[in-house]
Structures are given as structure tokens and as C-alpha cells.
Design a protein around this ligand. Structure first.
Ligand code: MLC
Ligand code: AMP
Length: 481
């Protein structure tokens, strides 16, 4: 039995995955994934090796992700829109044995050795995989420097998914509507692996649009996982399309996460869909650590209680746990089976995040209600931005801007945004005689890093406001904007 995926073939002819008109049954998925694993073995890949996969939202990608897991290889999923600088960093840092893609022609220029996903050979007989083996390396941004590769074990995923299944009454009868990227925890661990661990079904959409999500919910979908930006766009759409609002209203459960859902938006969704969206909270490094229950209170503005089996505390500035119901602020720290073992090649960053007692320090600031629900109110680091559910470091965007020949200085902040939660704004001091256009600078960042890291607002300024020590006053910039 695989520690994360169990025995896929045991689900027989049950629908695993739909994509457009295509459908894949569990026994087909199992056979294709084992054929993929056999092909990896033939290419010299061994359990424990890393294999990169361009994460196109396609069935062949799912086959590669599942097949890698069955073999015990660690998948390094790549955002199909990844820019040159971030891609080079990930490939250098992770050192994958192979780079695979469902659409290799699309990535040939950036990864010349990329191989097509193939699953037409004989299925491999595979060795047992340990629960403690690393199954994923997921790249996540910090305040400065390039993204860090978080190592995630199969066992951590299994623990987390079982806790969530209990919280949400998630069973084999559910059909998840999936329009999230397959290269982060939300879409990959919860959406894809979560569905397969339950023996449930998935509708994999080629991209998020409100129309496509509503149509899929009306076509057998029972469960929706989405980020607040998606719920915002669904609300806008549903207000103008009553039939689609009714399709979402019939959902068994609507779940939001990866960023805070504003209370006002939550109320709007309640009015539109007649049910409260269920919120949950987590990080790449810890997986999901709190969740509202399907049969419990869904208090707007809170992300539910800690999942059973995890220890969670809020530490005040003196390092003392705050009491539930006290309204006192504290940093969320967490310990338990879903916490990652560390960042790849970064013992320094791992030691900074996990203390000697094994507590992972999230950097998120929260309060605890008297009922033990967590209310996230902010973040310790102002240089981390959450935009459309993606974490972006101000430092990485500033570094990319400084590589543009017209940019002398740059400062990046997150501004409040109704749709994105936070919008990346860049303040740029150009070299004398230069006046790069906002579009040019946004394109430059998108090409180096990724489109979601591009600034949505660029302002050319003669100088950056600084304090006596020379430090840029980012709060002042945000106020000006
Ligand atoms: C625009 N585009 C550009 C561009 N300007 N591309 C390159 N250069 C430029 N200068 C393109 C974009 O690539 C995209 O293209 C299109 O324009 C629209 O871009 P957008 O408005 O930025 O976003 P959109 O495609 O509308 O997507 C919105 C979204 C997406 C909500 C669907 O942001 C999303 O999927 N977010 C989810 C993030 C997520 O899963 N986070 C989980 C992290 S895990 P094209 O071709 O693509 O249309 C985690 C843990 C936890 O946080 O708790 O879950
Ligand atoms: P990532 O590193 O991309 O996994 O992002 C993790 C961060 O997303 C957390 O540290 C939080 O700041 C934020 N986050 C995730 N879920 C929620 C939520 N439900 N409410 C508020 N913030 C969230």
C-alpha cells in the first residue's frame, strides 16, 4: 500500500478524473502511473531521486505526479509560466534527474532536455515506499532571496488529508471541481492527492473562469476548493447570472484558503449561495493546520480550530502562549506530523523556521477565540505579499527590477486589493534620462520570475523615502499610493 495513495487499483472502474470530454478510471490511472514509473526506472531514476514536472493542468500531468509518487521519487512541480531566473534557480537547487511535461514542445526552449510524459509501456512492479520519504519539493518565497524548496513527505500529506477528510466529511462520493494550479499545496496536495486518497473524483479544469467552475458544479461537482480571488470573481459572476449562482448553491461544501477571505466577501457569498464558505489555513511548510468543520461553526473572519493531532499555539512578543478568548495577538507556531523536515540545501533557513523544540514559526499573527478558532490578523514580515493566493517576496521582485537597465532603485510593497487581496506595487527610481513604461517593467519581472509576481502598479519616483539609517520607508510608500 502506498503511504499517500493507498491502492488505486482497488477503486476499479470508479471515475478518478474528468478533463473536458475525457475520463480516467482508477484502474486506468493506476496502470498508466505504473507504466510511467517503469519508464522512469528505465531512464535510471531511483526512489528518492527528484523529477521535475511542468505542471500543465492536464491528465498526463496527473499521471506523472501519481507515477512519481508510486515509485517514491520526489516531484518538483514547475509553474508552466515560470520565468527564466526562477526556473534556473529551481533547476540548479533541486537538481532533478529528469524534466517531464505533458506538452514538451511548449518548454523545449527553456528546458532543452524535457521529455514527454509517457504511460504506454508495461506497468512496473514497485518497491514499497516509506511514509517518511520526501514526495514533493515545493518552492515558496521568503522576504528576500530566491524561493526555497520545501521538502514534503508522503506521510505528512497523508496525515493532513485524513484530518481534512474528517473535518469536511470528505468521502469517495465527492466530486471536486479543480481549477487551482498543480504546483502548490492547495491544488496539488489537497486537490489532486486529497481526491485520490479518498477514492473520490476530480473535474480538472484547464483554467479558472467563473463560467467553467459553475458549469462543472452543475455537472456533478459537490466540492469546490478555491482561493479568495476566485470566490470574489465567482461572486461578481453569480450576481449577474442567477442560474450559475444556483449551481454553486447546490454544492455540498465550498472551501476557501491560501489567503484571508474578508468578512464582507464572506457575507456576500452567504447571501448568494445560501451557505457559509468553510475556511482553512496553512502554509507550504506545514500543510493545512486549521480548518472549520462541515458540521461545526463557520465563523466569518476565522479559519477554524487546529486540526486534531497538531499542536498549535500563539506566542506573544515575550514568547508566552496567549490564552484563548483574550484577544491578545501572537505568532502562530505549530508542531506535529504535517510539519516539513526542512528546506532543500538551506539548513540556515530551516533552523530559522523550526526551533529546538520542533515548533515551526509561521510568521502569521493571530488571535484565538474563546472557542479555540484561529483568527489571522496579519503577518510579522511586511515584505511578504499574498496576491491571488500566491506568496511573493518583496525582495525577489526588487532584485528583478534592479536587473532592468533603466532601474536605479526599486521598492516593492503590497497594497490592499478587492480582487487579489494584495496587489504588488513597485516604486522605481530610474537612471537619469530613462523613463521605462510600467508595462515594460511588469513584463520584465514576469519574464524573469513568473507572471503572478509582476507589479500591477508601477510608479516612477525621483527618490525613495528613507529614514536616518537609509532604510526605505515602505509604510510611507504604501500611504502615498
Ligand atoms: C498579464 N499576463 C501576463 C502579463 N500580464 N503574462 C506575462 N507577462 C505579463 N506582463 C497574463 C497572465 O499570465 C495570465 O495569462 C493572464 O494575463 C491573467 O493574469 P492574472 O489576472 O494575473 O491572473 P488570472 O490568470 O486571472 O488568475 C487568477 C487566479 C490565479 C486566481 C486564477 O491567480 C490563481 O490560480 N491563483 C491561485 C494561487 C494558489 O493556488 N495558491 C496556493 C498556494 S499554496 P494566462 O495565459 O494564464 O491567462 C498555499 C497554502 C494554502 O498558499 O494555504 O493553500
Ligand atoms: P504559502 O507559503 O504560499 O503556502 O502561503 C502561506 C501563507 O498564506 C500563510 O503563512 C498565511 O499568511 C496565508 N494563508 C493561507 N491560508 C490562509 C487563510 N485561510 N487566511 C489567511 N491567510 C492564509
Amino acid at each position: 500500500m502506498h503511504p499517500l495513495l493507498g491502492d488505486l487499483a482497488a477503486h476499479g472502474g470508479k471515475l478518478a478524473l474528468r478533463h473536458g470530454a475525457g475520463a480516467v478510471e482508477y484502474r486506468q490511472l493506476d496502470r498508466m502511473a505504473r507504466a510511467h514509473a517503469g519508464r522512469l526506472l528505465a531512464e535510471g531514476v531511483r526512489p528518492g531521486d527528484r523529477v521535475a514536472v511542468w505542471a500543465e493542468p492536464e491528465p498526463a500531468t496527473a499521471v506523472a505526479l501519481v507515477g512519481n509518487a508510486l515509485l517514491g521519487a520526489a516531484t518538483v512541480p514547475l509553474n508552466p509560466a515560470l520565468g527564466d531566473r526562477d526556473l534556473a534557480h529551481v533547476l540548479r537547487d533541486a537538481g532533478p534527474r529528469l524534466v517531464l511535461s505533458a506538452e514538451p514542445a511548449r518548454h523545449l526552449q527553456k528546458t532543452p532536455g524535457v521529455l514527454p510524459v509517457r504511460h504506454d509501456g508495461p506497468p512496473a512492479a514497485l518497491e514499497p515506499v516509506a511514509a517518511g520519504a520526501v514526495g514533493l519539493v515545493l518552492y515558496t518565497s521568503g522576504t528576500t532571496g530566491p524561493p526555497k524548496g520545501a521538502a514534503i513527505t508522503f506521510g505528512a500529506c497523508a496525515f493532513d488529508l485524513d484530518a481534512l477528510a474528517d473535518a469536511w466529511g470528505w468521502t469517495a462520493a465527492d466530486q471536486l471541481v479543480h481549477a487551482l494550479p498543480l504546483f502548490h499545496v492547495h491544488g496539488l496536495v489537497l486537490g489532486l492527492f486529497g481526491t485520490l486518497r479518498r477514492g473520490a473524483s476530480l473535474q480538472l479544469l484547464p483554467r479558472f473562469t467563473p463560467e467553467a467552475v459553475c458549469a462543472a458544479m452543475g455537472d456533478g461537482g459537490t466540492l469546490l476548493f478555491a482561493v479568495p480571488t476566485m470566490y470574489h470573481r465567482l461572486a461578481e459572476h453569480a450576481e449577474a447570472h442567477a442560474a450559475d449562482a444556483a449551481r454553486l448553491a447546490r454544492a455540498r461544501l465550498l472551501v476557501s484558503g491560501s489567503a484571508g477571505l474578508p468578512v464582507r466577501e464572506n457575507e456576500r457569498l452567504w447571501k448568494l449561495f445560501g451557505q457559509r464558505v468553510v475556511e482553512r489555513y496553512g502554509l507550504t511548510e506545514t500543510l493545512i493546520i486549521t480548518a472549520a468543520r462541515h458540521d461545526g461553526p463557520r465563523t466569518p473572519g476565522t479559519v477554524g480550530p487546529p486540526l486534531p493531532g497538531l499542536e498549535l499555539r500563539l506566542l506573544d512578543e515575550a514568547g508566552h502562549p496567549v490564552a484563548p478568548g483574550s484577544e491578545a495577538l501572537g505568532e502562530v507556531v505549530v508542531r506535529g506530523p504535517s510539519v516539513f523536515p526542512g528546506y532543500l540545501n538551506r539548513p540556515d533557513a530551516t533552523a530559522a523556521a523550526i526551533d529546538a523544540q520542533g515548533w515551526f514559526h509561521t510568521g502569521d499573527i493571530a488571535t484565538l477565540t474563546a472557542a479555540g478558532e484561529v483568527r489571522i490578523v496579519g503577518r510579522k514580515a511586511t515584505d511578504l505579499i499574498k496576491t491571488a493566493g500566491y506568496k511573493v517576496g518583496a525582495g525577489e521582485v526588487e532584485a528583478a527590477l534592479l536587473e532592468h537597465p533603466a532601474v536605479r532603485e526599486a521598492a516593492v510593497v503590497g497594497l490592499p486589493d478587492e480582487d487579489l487581496g494584495e496587489r504588488i506595487a513597485a516604486f522605481v527610481v530610474p537612471y537619469e534620462g530613462k523613463s521605462p513604461s510600467p508595462q515594460e517593467l511588469a513584463d520584465h519581472v514576469a519574464a524573469l520570475l513568473a507572471p503572478h509576481k509582476r507589479p500591477r502598479l508601477v510608479r516612477l519616483v525621483p527618490a525613495l523615502p528613507r529614514n536616518a539609517m537609509g532604510k526605505v520607508l515602505k509604510a510611507e510608500l504604501a500611504r502615498q499610493a
